[in-house]
Ligand binder design. Structure first.
Ligand code: NAD
Ligand code: MG
Length: 415
């Protein structure tokens, strides 16, 4: 599947790039940034601002932060700015007055922005809301720098089929998958023994179950290593983020689920390890700053300068690794269970988790209730025949919607 795309692209460009200038400054790449006001979106635009000769911005989108979006659009001289929330249109238009930048609003306008012909779309909307725009970007058949993990988790084979059909060059932005992509290079899938994603273990790595039961949103939002949006930060505390990433890896690197694994690595320096059948293990290391994998996805196959702190192993002194505890952190097991159930089960897992995380952040359920809600929803979805083989984006969106209703009902029972 996608790895064929990756390696085909990789092999072709590798030969050229040896002879060519390895900087990206000679060619200006036109970008659209979906989710421009978020953590990944801002990091992307930070890189763009530092490499103005290399990149220009076509469109930027956000949910409802109109003022912030207008500022970004002006600063980067975008042609179009779109808010998904139609209620924010007037505000966006007012902030863009006199700039010549086109303003638009509504989910369809976000999809239209994603469909504009550019060299690369950075797909950084959080959650299932990113599905339709990212599918639209994929259909363009150019490059998609994929941060939105929900496309792979919920869309799975449907998403990868769309990538293959359009001949899209898909570059993973998630740090572990960027690491795997780099460590795999042009290797053959059949030579890979194991792909191991690292997990920081989150802020509650050493907490016992009693303490976890009483964990507050404020405590869960304090990630030890990474600065990210709130949803993924909670997922890092439950370790559901790693579960979602195993599903992502399952589709991106089709070596079989039995060859995928997780190891807890509290320093977040090693992002992924790829073991080959001759005993060699290639790992990708970098300080935990998303601008490194984002830069790689923007400049590939060249490398661009990113303003990250150089890695100093002597200063770090040691890198440690430990097994994850499935008793305290059942989310990874739930994600593997969803993969085993197959079809749309990962979409159910994702939707139930999004609803549960929102309920936790609003103080309506406890920390351990997040995984409990997801587990109950997986069972109930199977009973309700929601676990099926989706054949289109519409099928995936329908399962997502039904699973959200299911999760809200389950949470109403939990409260
Ligand atoms: P964030 O919450 O910081 O930003 C999300 C962006 O999406 C914002 O611009 C927001 O306005 C927009 N958005 C939210 N709801 C929307 C909707 N309904 N319609 C249109 N736009 C909407 O999130 P983030 O941390 O930047 O994460 C973005 C994606 O990247 C997620 O899928 C996440 O899992 C993935 N990711 C993030 C990181 C990270 O370090 N932040 C790392 C790996 C993967
Ligand atoms: Mg990650």
């Amino acid at each position: 599947m996608s790895l064929d795309n990756f390696t085909a692209v990789g092999a072709a460009v590798q030969a050229q790039s040896i002879a060519q200038d390895r900087t990206v400054s000679t060619v200006t790449r036109r970008l659209t940034v979906l989710g421009a006001t978020g953590s990944i979106g801002r990091s992307t635009l930070d890189l763009v601002a530092r490499n103005e000769a290399a990149f220009s911005v076509e469109a930027v989108t956000a949910h409802s932060s109109a003022r912030e979006l207008a500022e970004l659009a002006r600063r980067h001289r975008a042609r179009v700015a779109v808010v998904a929330n139609p209620d924010c249109y007037a505000e966006l238009k007012a902030h863009l007055a006199g700039s010549g930048i086109e303003a638009a609003a509504g989910p369809e306008a976000v999809v239209a922005a994603a469909s504009l012909p550019v060299d690369c779309v950075v797909a950084a909307i959080v959650g299932a809301a990113g599905l339709a725009p990212t599918f639209a970007a994929v259909a363009q058949g150019r490059r998609v720098a994929l941060a939105n993990k929900e496309c792979l988790v919920t869309g799975g084979a449907v998403f990868m089929d769309a990538v293959a059909a359009a001949g899209t060059e898909l570059l993973p932005v998630d740090s572990e998958h960027s690491g795997a992509f780099q460590a795999i290079g042009a290797a053959r899938l059949q030579d890979i023994e194991r792909i191991t994603l690292t997990a920081s273990g989150g802020p509650f790595r050493t907490w016992d179950r009693a303490r976890l039961a009483a964990a507050t949103p404020a405590e869960a939002l304090k990630h030890p290593n990474w600065s990210m949006g709130p949803k993924i930060t909670i997922d890092s505390a439950t370790l559901m983020n790693k579960g979602l990433e195993l599903i992502e890896a399952f589709y991106l690197f089709p070596v079989g689920v039995e060859r995928l694994g997780v190891v807890v690595h509290p320093q977040s320096i090693v992002h992924c390890l790829v073991a080959y059948k001759d005993g060699s293990v290639l790992a990708q290391l970098a300080n935990p700053d998303m601008r490194t994998p984002i830069a790689f996805s923007l400049s590939y196959p060249a490398r661009m300068v990113a303003p990250t702190v150089p890695l100093d192993l002597v200063k770090l002194g040691q890198l440690t690794f430990e097994a994850h505890d499935p008793e305290r952190f059942p989310a990874i097991g739930l994600a593997l269970d969803a993969l085993a159930r197959g079809g749309s089960a990962p979409a159910v897992l994702n939707a139930a988790n999004e609803v549960a995380v929102a309920a936790f952040l609003e103080g309506r359920i406890g920390f351990l209730d997040i995984a409990r809600t997801v587990a109950t929803c997986l069972d109930k979805a199977e009973q309700a025949a929601l676990v099926m083989e989706p054949s289109s984006l519409a099928d995936v969106i329908a399962v997502d919607g039904a699973a959200r209703i299911l999760a809200r009902n389950v949470i109403a029972g939990v409260q």
